[in-house]
Design a binder for this molecule. Structure first.
Ligand SMILES: Nc1ncnc2c1ncn2[C@@H]1O[C@H](COP(=O)(O)OP(=O)(O)O)[C@@H](O)[C@H]1O
Ligand SMILES: CC(=O)N[C@@H](CCC(=O)OP(=O)(O)O)C(=O)O
Length: 249
């Protein structure tokens, strides 16, 4: 299965080690690909350089200068996560054309969408019991880096491999009346998702996540679940449909 990890659920170092331990345990009996973001780390490195972040529809406007910072910040997250999971190989779009991307254009600058995933590379690593850990930078046809939302990359990887995907985040799933946890939706259909985005009860970072889940299902993923990365033991429960919000076509 594919596990996407990022955002606020990654900020606390102790929690990060707990999640890494859980992923290390999971990989012993499950073919696992980890896709990660690292928005808070990117933000910090940009801040240190006096570079401001602006978001359009949940995507970070990325100048060529900011792109270099994104690559550096995500590279560090990638290697630390690989180290903590163990028997893992840290990769980004640069490696063996893992993530081929295309610029979205307009004001977003160096922001891309996925046009190809080197699924053979991932299968080869899985075939020798290694866990690919994938950072969300793609390369365009000219070999230049593009910043891609990590949920989008996870959805594309799940589709390319035809496996299930779990998006770990800082909430338990999709709430129908955010932030009331009693309103957690165990299941969310495409129609619900579109209504929620339109009506605004699905907003901010939850929009690309829900869209990535739907996109993954469309591309052939076997399931797509949004669940909490803030509690131990969630990944296996989410995979079994016992935790989080399962997005259905
Ligand atoms: N209906 C909703 N249910 C749950 N969270 C929501 C909802 N609408 C918006 N959100 C927001 O989406 C956030 C998760 O997205 P994001 O911050 O991008 O996560 P990550 O960084 O883990 O990818 C939640 O923390 C919450 O603030
Ligand atoms: C284009 C775009 O917005 N890219 C994201 C990539 C990192 C990411 O998605 O990280 P999280 O999963 O931690 O949010 C960004 O620059 O923040």
């Amino acid at each position: 299965m594919i596990v996407k990890y990022g955002g606020n659920a990654m900020k606390n170092p102790q929690l990060r080690r707990t999640v890494a331990r859980e992923l290390a345990e999971l990989r012993t009996d499950t073919e696992l690909v980890v896709v990660h973001g690292g928005g808070p780390f990117i933000e910090r490195e940009l801040d240190l350089r006096g570079l401001k972040s602006e978001f359009i529809r949940g995507l970070r406007v990325t100048t060529p200068e900011a792109m270099q910072v994104v690559e550096m910040a995500l590279g560090k997250v990638n290697k630390e996560l690989s180290r903590d999971i163990g028997q893992a190989v840290g990769l980004m779009g640069h490696d063996c054309q893992l993530i081929v991307a295309e610029a979205l254009g307009g004001e977003l600058g160096r922001v891309g969408r996925v046009v190809g995933i080197n699924a053979d590379l991932l299968r080869t690593l899985l075939g020798v019991q290694l866990t690919p850990v994938v950072g969300c930078v793609g390369l365009d046809r000219q070999g230049e880096a593009l910043n891609i939302n990590a949920d989008t990359v996870a959805g594309a990887v799940a589709g390319a491999l035809g496996q299930g995907v779990i998006f770990l985040t800082d909430v338990e799933g999709v709430y129908r009346a955010f932030p009331d946890p009693a309103s957690l939706a165990p299941e969310l259909s495409r129609q619900d998702a579109e209504e929620g985005i339109e009506a605004g009860w699905i907003s901010g970072g939850m929009v690309p996540k829900v869209r990535a889940a739907l996109d993954a299902l469309e591309r052939g993923a076997t399931f797509a679940t949004i669940a909490s990365g803030m509690q131990a033991g969630v990944v296996r429960r989410a995979a079994a449909g016992q935790s989080g919000t399962r997005v259905v076509p």
